[in-house]
Structure formats: structure tokens, C-alpha cells
Design a binder for this molecule. Structure first.
Ligand code: MTE
Length: 307
């Protein structure tokens, strides 16, 4: 593919690939070639400045598993649906609006986002509330770098996130059983914790659409549903914001949703997890093993009540 052979990107490099594909569609004039053109659509390489010391040395889950076993309900509820149904999701141009209790609200396009801080590779464990887990070499930088740029006011206590939603591009969402746009939230200190990653890539390349292109969160000490995909809006607010899974079932999904093997989901145990590709289950670790970096934020809090 032309993009893969070019030097590492400026984000707008992704656009010529779409133009290229559109041109191919136009020239080909046949459905068969159109499909092969779309199948050839592949991510662009990302220029990673450093490998983060936060990384685990555990073996990586293969790219194929991470990119075909997905939760992205806007594109269907079966694990293999997003990789199929998000193929033509339009992620360029892209903007994130940052607003609310900040001195410098603004709209960031992808080029601006990629200039906020040098990109790091961070190999994190990712634990889904459904009790499966993966190890992924994400690419991005601390969310705090973006938040510092907009200068939170002292009244900002929480950060609310909203995914992009377009029923025309995401028709399968109508049957997902949750409401869209998908929304998530963090306390401001959680959002400022260096582990909270604003993520633009994985495995050395831009994010595949099904993994939340072009920009998502990765919050490794919390259940995977806190890691909101395809972010369109960030708002700093005074009060705890609503979150999609909590709105859907507050008894089952709390606002905090820190990985905790001692607090079971009402319908299943959270004591163990299945790492994709492994046969035997392994023990789940409190805060997904990131306690050293994050436990202090919850001192004095009852983690059973604040699940
Ligand atoms: N973000 C949006 N917008 N929609 C979703 O359905 N699913 C969440 C989270 N972010 C979801 C989302 C869940 S449940 C998980 S486990 C992770 O994305 C899955 O990320 P992955 O597919 O890259 O492994």
C-alpha cells in the first residue's frame, strides 16, 4: 500500500489513501474490485518517539485477535462484527471539541492532537468487564497533556467524554440495546493520572476503525468499557457525568469500574480472567496490576460501594 511505504505520518497523510481508494472505486466500476480495494485499506505507520516505562513485558496478544475480537456496539454486539461493519467508517477529517470548565476551550483536529506531545508506545494489560483480557502495544500520550493545554478551572472536578455517533454509518447500533452517543467519564485526578492514555494507534500503526479510530482512551486499571472509542467531545464538568453502561444498568456497572477481583459482577465472578489465546484462566489483580500508580487516588474510599 502506498501509505505504508511513505515516511511516518502527519495525520493528513491518511486522507490521500481514502482519495486513492475513491479513485480506484471510480476507475474500477465493479463491485468485486471495490471490495478488494477496501480490504487492502490498512493503517498508516506512526512515529513513536519512545517506549514507555509503564509498559509490561508480558507477551503481546496477536494483532489479529485484538483487531477482530472487539466491543464497539455502534458497529454491532458480536465480537467479530466491528471489524467487518466499521471497514468504511469515515475517520478523516476528525475533530475533538474540548469545552466546559476550562480557560482555553478549543477544537483540535488530528494534526493538532498529534502535535500535543511525542507519541509513546505503552504495552498495557486490558481487562474487559466480561472477564477476558489482552496485552496491547498502544500508541499515544498521557491524556493530561491535552487537559493541561485547555487549562482546567478550579471548578472542574470530572471529565466527560463522548464518542462520535452517526446512525447512517453505524446502523447496527440501533439493535445494540444501549443508547448513543456512547458516553464515559473520569474524575479529574484520574484523567490527570499519567497512566490514562489518549490513544491514536496500536502495533506501530494508526488505530484500526474497530479499535476506536482515530482517537480513544485507554484506562488500563479500569474495566475496558471506560476506554471510550472514537472520541468526538471532551467536557470538563463540576458534577459526576453520566456513563453509558451505568445508565444501562447501574447495579451492574458503576462509575468507577476499577478492576477488582473481590467485587463480583452481579451475574459472574471477577476473580479470574481469560487472556485471549490462553486455555487456563488466570487470577485477576486489583487495579489490573497498576495499584502502585493508582491506588492512592482511592485512599479512604470503600471500593465495594464505589464499584
Ligand atoms: N467505546 C464505544 N464508543 N463503544 C463501545 O461499544 N466498548 C468498550 C470500550 N469502548 C465500547 C467503547 C468496551 S466494553 C471495551 S472492552 C473496549 O472498548 C474494547 O476495546 P477493543 O475492542 O479495542 O479491545
Amino acid at each position: 500500500m502506498i501509505i505504508r511505504n511513505r515516511p511516518p505520518l502527519s495525520y493528513s497523510d491518511v486522507t490521500p489513501r481514502n482519495e486513492y481508494l475513491n479513485r480506484r472505486r471510480f476507475l474500477a466500476g465493479s463491485a468485486a474490485v471495490l471490495v478488494s480495494g477496501a480490504a487492502a485499506l490498512r493503517a498508516a505507520k506512526l512515529n513513536v518517539a519512545s517506549k514507555s516505562p509503564f509498559s509490561t513485558s508480558e507477551p503481546l496478544t496477536p494483532f489479529k485477535d485484538v483487531s477482530t475480537y472487539n466491543n464497539f456496539y455502534e458497529f454491532g454486539t458480536a465480537k467479530d462484527q466491528p471489524s467487518q461493519l466499521a471497514k468504511n467508517f469515515k475517520t478523516s477529517p476528525w475533530h475533538i471539541k474540548v469545552e466546559g470548565q476550562v480557560n482555553k476551550p478549543g477544537v483540535f483536529d488530528m494534526d493538532a492532537i498529534l502535535k500535543i506531545a511525542p507519541l509513546e508506545e505503552r504495552i498495557y494489560r486490558h481487562r474487559c468487564v466480561e472477564a477476558w483480557s489482552i496485552v496491547v502495544p498502544w500508541i499515544g500520550f498521557s491524556l493530561s497533556e491535552l487537559l493541561k493545554q485547555v487549562e482546567p478551572k478550579s471548578t472542574a472536578k470530572y471529565v466527560a467524554f463522548e464518542s462520535y455517533y452517526d446512525p447512517k454509518q453505524m446502523p447496527a447500533g440501533a439493535w445494540a440495546g444501549i443508547s448513543f452517543p456512547y458516553v464515559e467519564g473520569l474524575r479529574l485526578d484520574e484523567a490527570m493520572n499519567p497512566l490514562a492514555l489518549l490513544c491514536t494507534g496500536m502495533y506501530g500503526e494508526t488505530l484500526p476503525n474497530q479499535n476506536g479510530a482515530p482517537v480513544r482512551l485507554v484506562i488500563p486499571w479500569k474495566y475496558g468499557f471506560k476506554s471510550i472509542k472514537s472520541i468526538a467531545k471532551i467536557k470538563l464538568v463540576e458534577k459526576q457525568p453520566p456513563t453509558t453502561w451505568n445508565l444501562s444498568s447501574s447495579r451492574e456497572y458503576g462509575f468507577y469500574s476499577n478492576v477488582n477481583p473481590q467485587v463480583d459482577h452481579p451475574r459472574w465472578s471477577q476473580a479470574k480472567e481469560r487472556r485471549l489465546g490462553e486455555f487456563l484462566k488466570r487470577q485477576t489483580i486489583l487495579f489490573n496490576g497498576y495499584g502502585q500508580q493508582v491506588a492512592g487516588m482511592y485512599n479512604g474510599m470503600d471500593l465495594r460501594k464505589n464499584y
